[in-house]
Design a protein around this ligand. Structure first.
Ligand code: AMP
Length: 431
């Protein structure tokens, strides 16, 4: 029978790679929790209008990249291409703004779907981790969100990350800027790509996202937002920079940074990292402040700020730079039953060590030579081997062997948890 392959642009995650995803994701969650964020799980499926209104009709995501289809009841549904709009829909629908202290601080993790051309670091189904802080307009809140993202990247070992920041200003600044862009592109638009022609009508800011090489020279000479900022927006951006400096977070201003989604206003930022071998996966994360998104989704006008990391890209750079070694999972003990009779005793011991001791334990179910069992223990990164032979069964005991020092001792099964606790507290003091 012909084999069925995975869908183009998707990828299977298993084995060591899955361990890497688990470790990276749990570190991200625990740091978000340190910053007092709570988890949230919006559905993967939303009505199409959540993203059309939220992300914007002129954006590449809405124009070209969404998995949108009518369901059997003729509802127009979309597989989420990003989290922020869906989270805002959740906050509005469940009136969290009325029942929670502001800002509402939420983190999320899960797959998103975009119909993009697959290439290095670009998938059609990929995973994002991110946060939203909703209901506070202070520039310091923007900076706290950047600080959280930066703490995560540094904790993963990505110390040389570049943080690019810019401001898109308030509504008045962007209206001035859109006018200037329309004026500038007026004489060029006829010769630009079809996408740019409709972007010109819908939202000329989105012309700046165009990736068509022939259009780039014209776009690169377009006016920059910095010259159209209102006074309050200028001051706000200076406050953001001051706060980043105070918190010793390194940053660069990139005046061309406009982000591809319509909901952003004021501060926007991206995280970039080039691996030691010079591979650039594009932005590993990005985000910004938004003003009117909640209003667009039928709620009150509460601002917010958030970021999103691409887990695939982060795992790739960690792998390239050899930073995954430190987060490789290990076993506390590998149980080695020798002979039929010892298998059930071995399983009992494994369950005891796991349930009463909280140890990470695996057992060898196969009848194989002791030498093979030791190889497996090493492959599984086990600290101790617990060997159960005929002699041990007779004496209600096991042999516990430290795989690093090769020291071994006989321990009564009744004393095993106590002995393990002792051995592990010795290990900890040695470390
Ligand atoms: P965005 O929502 O476009 O700002 O994307 C946030 C992050 O998701 C980016 O910085 C990337 O790390 C990641 N990302 C975006 N698109 C893709 C993709 N097609 N495949 C893998 N990761 C992506």
């Amino acid at each position: 029978m012909e084999q069925i392959k995975n869908v183009k642009g998707t990828h299977d995650i298993f084995g060591e790679e899955n361990n890497a995803y688990e470790s990276v994701e749990s570190l991200m969650k625990s740091i978000a929790e340190m910053y007092a964020y709570n988890g949230v799980r919006p559905p993967v499926l939303e009505y199409n209008s959540v993203f059309v209104r939220g992300v914007g009709e002129g954006s590449d995501i809405v124009r070209k990249e969404m998995y949108t289809f009518p369901d059997k009841g003729d509802r127009l549904l979309t597989l989420r291409p990003e989290f922020t709009a869906g989270i805002m829909r959740l906050v509005v629908q469940n009136k969290l703004y009325a029942t929670s202290e502001l800002p509402i601080k939420l983190y999320y993790l899960g797959p998103v779907f975009r119909y993009e051309r697959p290439q290095l670091g670009r998938y059609r189904q990929f995973n994002q981790f991110g946060v939203e802080s909703i209901g506070n307009n202070s520039p310091i809140n923007d900076v706290e969100v950047i600080a959280l993202a930066y703490t995560i990247l540094v904790s993963l070992g990505l110390e040389n990350v570049t943080i690019k920041i810019n401001t898109l200003g308030d509504e008045a600044s962007r209206e001035n800027y859109r006018k200037a862009l329309r004026e500038y592109f007026k004489d060029h638009i006829e010769n630009m790509c079809e996408d740019c022609k409709s972007r010109y009508e819908l939202n000329p800011l989105r012309i700046l996202d165009c990736k068509v090489p022939e259009d780039r020279p014209i776009i690169d000479k377009a006016p920059l937002i910095g010259d159209y900022l209102s006074e309050p927006s200028k001051i706000r951006f200076e406050q953001v920079q001051d706060a980043l400096s105070t918190l010793q977070i390194p940053y660069e201003i990139d005046e061309g940074l406009v982000r591809g989604l319509d909901y952003y206003s004021e501060t926007v930022f991206e995280f970039h990292y080039t691996s030691k071998a010079g591979v650039d996966y594009g932005a590993i994360g990005a985000g910004g402040h938004y003003g009117k998104l909640m209003l667009e989704l039928g709620g009150p006008e509460l601002p917010g700020v958030g970021f999103s990391f691409g887990i695939e890209r982060i795992v790739s750079v960690l792998k390239d730079d050899g930073l995954l070694e430190d987060i490789k999972p290990s076993l506390d003990a590998y149980i080695m039953p020798l002979g039929d009779e010892s298998l059930l005793v071995g399983e009992e011991i494994a369950v005891l060590l796991r349930n009463s001791g909280g140890y990470r334990v695996d057992i060898c179910f196969d009848k194989t030579k002791l030498g093979n069992m030791f190889k497996r223990a090493t492959n599984k990164n086990a600290k101790f081997a617990v060997i159960i032979g005929e002699e041990e069964i007779k004496n209600d005991s096991v042999i516990v062997k430290n795989l690093a020092t090769q020291e071994q001792l006989s321990v009564k099964i009744d004393d095993l948890i106590e002995k393990f606790d002792e051995l592990f507290s010795e290990e900890e003091t040695q470390e």
